[in-house]
Design a protein around this ligand. Sequence first.
Ligand code: TLP
Length: 344
Amino acid sequence: MDIVDLRSDTVTHPTPEMRAAMAAAPVGDDVYGEDPTVNRLQEMAADMLGKEAGLFVASGTMGNLAAILAHCGRGDEVILGSKSHTFLFEAGGISALGGVHSCQIPNRADGSLAIEDIRAAIRPDDAHYPVTRLISLENTHNRCGGAVVPLEYTLEVRALADERRLLMHLDGARLFNAAVALGRPARELAAPFDSVTFCLSKALCAPVGSVLCGSREFIRKAHRIRKQLGGGMRQAGILAAAGIVALETMMDRLAEDHARARKLADGLKQVAGLIVDPEPATNMVFVQLGPQIQLETARVVERLKERGVLVGVVGSRRFRLVLHYWIDDVGVERAVSAFREVLA
Ligand code: TLP
């Protein structure tokens, strides 16, 4: 039985074209800066995001960590969302490894942080307080339903950051999903930020890696931090080759995932006992078990799995379903039928 794996877009396998490119990739020692394929990927990524330089890192987590450590010293503070991936799901790395203090602001449903909340969170110059250094945003916003954060909003945050001399980082793990949803080039969405991490191994299907982009000076700092974190890889061109194929071939099709997410949400709305979040903006669908469903969350997951459908659990009685390259229309129909059978 084919598995319909909707747990995440991180489960995507490389495409045949990626595997071929990996096998053929020219490589060198990237710790010496000598891997031509890594260098090409970094240049391509920086160019797409309109930044001076890029750094290939092992994961989105490492990209965000290296960025925040490059921007902030020990005891500095980063303002971020209470539902941000960096706050919730990166093992507290910024505090544990960087001594960076976090100030969490409640995310609004659309993934943004209220400008007045950010303003109020910026610390005065007083020895009692940490030094506010950085604002970190996320686009698309994972735990806010894959929400797309508009450019007009980030420009407002930028104006505040400029006024208060703060830096801005973007966790753009799924930045290209946001770009496609908004119909704007990724470089426009990246422009208000000093640094941006985006992931190759999510919707773009590459097996490993993310790229951190920013100014040449910032990337020079992040490069040393990547080494400190043990993230200096050697013949990493084997991995970067898949990333290049991802950037060359996987962008334009992201709209298909978004359309299927809407189709899946529409199908699930017809299933009695399921409450579906408002219209998905990108490739994620969030659903909740209604009060009439007695079945425990774990049993629902198990019974869906018996029918070949895997979903993510993101809270009590709440699931996340993520569309990606390996889910077609048949997969969407199978997921809807499986929910209908399990909750009948
Ligand atoms: N997110 C994963 C899980 O960790 C939740 C997923 O399945 O969605 N930023 C954002 C917005 C992310 O969604 C993720 C991964 C990361 C950063 C971290 O990327 P990796 O997994 O490459 O470290």
